[in-house]
Design a protein around this ligand. Structure first.
Ligand code: 5GP
Length: 179
C-alpha cells in the first residue's frame, strides 16, 4: 500500500467557496417555503452535509438515510439496498437529498423513489460531485458542487475502503495506489 497522500483534485478552499455558493443558492430558492428537510446519504455525505447545513440561512432539519450497493464497492452494479430509512416524518415537507457523489445515477434514482414513497411536498437533489461521463441513468440534479472526470475520489467524507474520509480536500486514488 502506498503512503503517498492522494493527489489533490479539488482543494479545501475551492470546496469552501463552492459550498458557500450552494448554500446561498439553496437559501434563496427555498426562502418562502418554511422549514426544509436535508436528507444526508450516509456515510459519504456527512461532512458536506455538516458544512452545507450550517451555511444555510433558512430553517432546516436533518435526517439521514443509508444505502448500500450490491457487489464490489468500486464497481456499481445498479442494485441498491436500503440499510436505514429516515426516522422523522417527512410527509408534506420539502426534502433536499444531499449526496456526496453521483456516478452512474442508480443510487440517487433509487433514493428519489424511496423519498417519494413518504409523500413529501417536494424533492430536490444536491450532490457535491457529479461524474458526468459515467451516467447510466438520468436523474434530476438540482444542485451540483463540481462536475468531475471518472476517477476514484476520496476525502471530505468520501472513502476508499474506509480510508481517507477525513482528508480536508478531494483527492484522487490512482489504480496503482489501491490494494
Ligand atoms: P452511483 O449509484 O451514482 O453509481 O454511485 C453513487 C455512490 O457510489 C456514491 O454515493 C458513492 O458511495 C459511490 N461512489 C461512486 N464514485 C465514487 C468515488 O469516486 N469515490 C467514492 N468514495 N465513492 C464513490
Amino acid at each position: 500500500m502506498s503512503t503517498t497522500p492522494p493527489e489533490v483534485m479539488i482543494s479545501e478552499d475551492e470546496i469552501r467557496q463552492r459550498v458557500n455558493e450552494l448554500a446561498e443558492q439553496i437559501s434563496g430558492d427555498y426562502a418562502d417555503k418554511g422549514t426544509i428537510v436535508l436528507v444526508g446519504v450516509l456515510k459519504g455525505s456527512f461532512i458536506f452535509l455538516a458544512d452545507l447545513s450550517r451555511r444555510l440561512s433558512i430553517p432546516r432539519t436533518i435526517e439521514f438515510i443509508a444505502v448500500s450497493s450490491y457487489g464490489n464497492s468500486s464497481i456499481q452494479s445498479g442494485a441498491v439496498r436500503l440499510v436505514m430509512d429516515v426516522r422523522g416524518n417527512i410527509e408534506g415537507k420539502h426534502v433536499l437529498i444531499v449526496e456526496d457523489i453521483v456516478d452512474t445515477g442508480h443510487t440517487l434514482h433509487y433514493l428519489i423513489g424511496m423519498m417519494a414513497s413518504h409523500g413529501p411536498a417536494s424533492i430536490k437533489t444536491c450532490a457535491l460531485l457529479h461524474k458526468t461521463d459515467s451516467t447510466q441513468i438520468d436523474v434530476p440534479l438540482d444542485y451540483v458542487g463540481f462536475s468531475i472526470r471518472d476517477e476514484w475520489v476520496v476525502g471530505y467524507g468520501l472513502d476508499y475502503a474506509e480510508r481517507d474520509r477525513t482528508l480536508p480536500y478531494i483527492g484522487i486514488v490512482h489504480p496503482d495506489d489501491r490494494d
